[in-house]
Design a protein around this ligand. Structure first.
Ligand code: CAA
Length: 391
C-alpha cells in the first residue's frame, strides 16, 4: 500500500501556515481584540493617531516582524508580516495602514539597501516601536509618474543639501527619520534619483500640512518641506543614482502588504455582514435566507479566498527570494478591488444601518478605497503586470 504523506493543509490550517506563523497570527488576533478594535471608531472620528498602540506592538516585538534580529527585529518572514497586517486591518484600517507603511516603506529599504552602520544606527528606533517608519517618494507633480522628482539634493563638500516638497506621506510626524527620494542629477532622469535618510530633527525639515481624508483617518498623512536640509554624506542609502530602483523594489514588497490591508478590511466587513444576515429578519425570515443576499455573501467568501491565496502566494515568493513584482501587483490589484466590492455590499446588506456610524461597515468602505490608490493605483498595477508580460 502506498504511504499517505501528511498534508500541510490540516483542518483549521487551510492555508498551510507553519506553527510559528499560526502562533503569531493568534498573538496578533488577541492583541487586536484587546487594544485595536475598541479604538477603531474613535480614531476614525477624531483623526487621532493611536501612538500608544504602536508602543505596545513594539513591546510585543511586532514592529519589526521581517527585520533581522541583530537590528532589533523579530527575524521572521514576509508571510508572518502579511498575516499581522491582515489581522490588524480586520478591526482597524488606519492602524493597519500605519503598521504596513512603517514596516514595508519605513524599515525595509534600510534592510535591503542600507550599510551595516546605517542598519545598526537607525533600525532600532523603529523596531522598538519608539518611532514610526516613514518613506517619501510622492510629490505634488510626481505621483504615478514617480520618476518626475522635483526634490533636489546638491552635493556641497561632504554634505548633501535637500530642497523640495513631498506629499501624501504616512507616519512622518511620529518618525525619527524619513527615507527620502531626491534628484541628484536631473540630466540622468530616473537614474539621477538617490535616496537619503533624513533625521526629522535636521534644521530645514518640517511637516508642513496635515491632510484630512475620506478614510484611514487615524493614520497621519502629511506634506513635508525641505528647506536647505543639510545631511552628512553617510545619509545616502546605497549608491548615488540608485534611488528609483530602490523605490520600485521597496514598492514590490509594499504592495503585498497593501493587498493584505485590503483583505483584512474586507474580511472584517464580511464578518459583520454575515452575522447580521443570520440575525436580521424581514418578511418573517432572516435576510440570510434570501438568495439575493446569499449571492452577495457567497461571492464575497469566494473572492476573499482567492485574494488570500494570491497574497500568501506573493508573500511566499518573496520569502523564497523569487521574483514577486507581478505576483505582488496582481495581489494588490485583485484584493483592493475585491475589498471595494465586499465592503460596499456589506453596507448594502446592513441597509440603513450600514449607512450609520453605529456599525463599522461604512468606515470599512471608506478605508478600503485607499487600497486602490496608495502604493500605486489599480491602473499602475495593470501597467506593472502588462510590462511583466513583455508588453
Ligand atoms: N524592480 C527593479 N527595477 C525596476 C522595477 C522593479 N520592480 N520596476 C522598474 N524598474 C527599473 C526598470 O527596469 C528600469 O531600469 P533600466 O532603466 O535600467 O532599464 C527603471 O527602473 C525605470 O523603469 P520604467 O521605465 O518602467 O519606469 P517608469 O518611469 O515608466 O515608471 C512605474 C514605472 C511602474 C509607472 C512607476 O513609476 C511606478 O510604480 N509608479 C507608481 C509609484 C507609486 O506606487 N507611488 C506610491 C508611493 S507611496 C508614498 O509615496 C508615500 C506613503 O507614505 C504611502
Amino acid at each position: 500500500m502506498p504511504t499517505m504523506t501528511k498534508s500541510p493543509l490540516a483542518a483549521g490550517n487551510l492555508y498551510g501556515l507553519t506553527d510559528e506563523q499560526l502562533q503569531l497570527q493568534e498573538m496578533v488576533r488577541e492583541f487586536v481584540k484587546r487594544e485595536v478594535a475598541p479604538h477603531a471608531a474613535e480614531i476614525d472620528e477624531t483623526e487621532r493617531f493611536p501612538v500608544e498602540t504602536f508602543k505596545k506592538l513594539g513591546q510585543l516585538g511586532l514592529m519589526g516582524i521581517p527585520v533581522p534580529a541583530e537590528y532589533g527585529g523579530a527575524g521572521s518572514d514576509t508571510m508572518s508580516y502579511v498575516l499581522a497586517v491582515e489581522e490588524i486591518a480586520k478591526a482597524c484600517g488606519s492602524t493597519g495602514l500605519s503598521f504596513a507603511a512603517h514596516i514595508s516603506l519605513g524599515s525595509m529599504p534600510l534592510v535591503y539597501f542600507g550599510t551595516e552602520e546605517q542598519k545598526k544606527k537607525w533600525l532600532p528606533y523603529v523596531t522598538s516601536g519608539e518611532f514610526m517608519g516613514s518613506w517619501a517618494l510622492t510629490e505634488p507633480q510626481a505621483g504615478s509618474d514617480a520618476s518626475r522628482q522635483q526634490t533636489v539634493a546638491v552635493r556641497e563638500g561632504d554634505s548633501w543639501v535637500l530642497n523640495g516638497r513631498k506629499t501624501f506621506i504616512t507616519n512622518a510626524p511620529y518618525a525619527r527619520y524619513v527615507i527620502v527620494m531626491a534628484m541628484t542629477d536631473k540630466s540622468k532622469g530616473n537614474k539621477g534619483i538617490s535616496s537619503f535618510i533624513v533625521p526629522t530633527d535636521t534644521p530645514g525639515f518640517s511637516v508642513s500640512k496635515h491632510e484630512h481624508k475620506m478614510g484611514m483617518r487615524g493614520s497621519p498623512t502629511t506634506e513635508l518641506t525641505f528647506e536647505n536640509v543639510r545631511l552628512p554624506a553617510d545619509c545616502m542609502i546605497s549608491e548615488e543614482g540608485s534611488g528609483f530602483k530602490q523605490a520600485m523594489k521597496t514598492l514590490d514588497g509594499g504592495r503585498i502588504s497593501i493587498a493584505a490591508l485590503a483583505l483584512g478590511i474586507a474580511t472584517g466587513a464580511f464578518e459583520v455582514a454575515l452575522a447580521y444576515a443570520k440575525e436580521r429578519e424581514a418578511f418573517g425570515q432572516t435576510i440570510g435566507s434570501f438568495q439575493l443576499v446569499q449571492a452577495m455573501l457567497a461571492d464575497a467568501a469566494t473572492e476573499l479566498h482567492a485574494a488570500r491565496l494570491m497574497i500568501y502566494h506573493a508573500a511566499r515568493l518573496k520569502d523564497a527570494n523569487l521574483p514577486h513584482t507581478q505576483a505582488g501587483a496582481q495581489a494588490k490589484l485583485y484584493a483592493s478591488e475585491v475589498s471595494a466590492r465586499v465592503t460596499a455590499n456589506a453596507v448594502q446588506i446592513l441597509g440603513g444601518y450600514g449607512y450609520l456610524k453605529d456599525f463599522p461597515v461604512e468606515r470599512m468602505m471608506r478605508d478600503s478605497k485607499l487600497c486602490e490608490i496608495g502604493e500605486g493605483t489599480s491602473q499602475i498595477q495593470r501597467i506593472v503586470i502588462a510590462r511583466n508580460l513583455g508588453l
